[in-house]
Design a protein around this ligand. Structure first.
Ligand code: SF4
Length: 221
């Protein structure tokens, strides 16, 4: 129920006293797309469009009062007027953000134009080629991150390994992945155990564009 005013009291002045610098123009309600009265505090319907802030600032300029009557602020900011820019949360978020930026720059600077992936075909054991050699079957993928088309070739760096492509190694496609398969033949004498690491250099012409490591599966004796 409305409170009775003393005789002769100005109702507008009473409202102004309750609402501070607010002159009760109701522009903040008029511009609000969800029709709420933000002067009653934050409400669930608010979509943070800030239309009421702009409308209120314009009115405050006209009545020569400080801007920011409607503003984003903390409870302490409103009740005690205390405004701290560097709160522990802001510092923590800044540290995390800086870490993410540094990680992003580091990853982007190490990004290669071409990426090759060589994996031993799952479920396949080694095959005997002759008395001196064994072979393993591999699947490969070449990821071309450029808009160029070029040929690639695989050359093993590991001593005793030879690559035997199955068919032609396809040309790369711009910003696409090509796949294929090849055998690696290994001299038995170069095996270091059941698994022997094989390093494969990937060339485009004379240019080394990637280096991949994979395992060669042997009998382990
Ligand atoms: S920010 Fe937008 S939605 Fe929220 S109260 Fe102000 S005008 Fe309404």
């Amino acid at each position: 129920m409305a409170e009775a005013l003393p005789a002769g009291a100005n109702p507008l002045k009473q409202t102004q006293k309750a609402l501070g610098d607010c002159i009760d123009c109701k522009l903040c309600i008029a511009v609000c797309p969800t029709g709420i009265d933000i002067r009653n505090g934050t409400q669930l319907e608010c979509i943070n469009c800030t239309a009421c802030i702009d409308a209120c600032d314009e009115v405050m300029d006209k009545v020569k009062r400080p801007r920011g009557l409607i503003r984003y602020d903390s409870f302490n900011g409103v009740s005690a007027g205390a405004r701290r820019l560097f709160t522990p949360r802001v510092i923590a978020y800044s540290v995390v953000l800086t870490g993410l930026l540094v990680a992003n720059i580091f990853l982007l600077s190490g990004r290669t134009d071409v990426e090759a992936l060589v994996l031993r075909t799952p479920g396949m054991l080694f095959q005997k080629v002759d008395d001196q050699h064994l072979s393993n079957l591999y699947n490969f993928q070449i990821i071309n991150k450029t808009k160029e088309v070029f040929e690639v070739r695989f050359e093993p760096e590991t001593a005793g390994a030879t690559i035997k492509p199955i068919g032609q190694i396809p040309k790369t496609k711009p910003t696409d992945v090509v796949e294929g398969a090849f055998f690696i033949e290994m001299e038995k004498g170069k095996l270091t155990g059941r698994k022997t690491q094989v390093v494969i250099n990937v060339y485009s012409g004379d240019k080394l564009i990637d280096k991949v490591k994979t395992n060669f599966l042997g009998p382990g004796y």
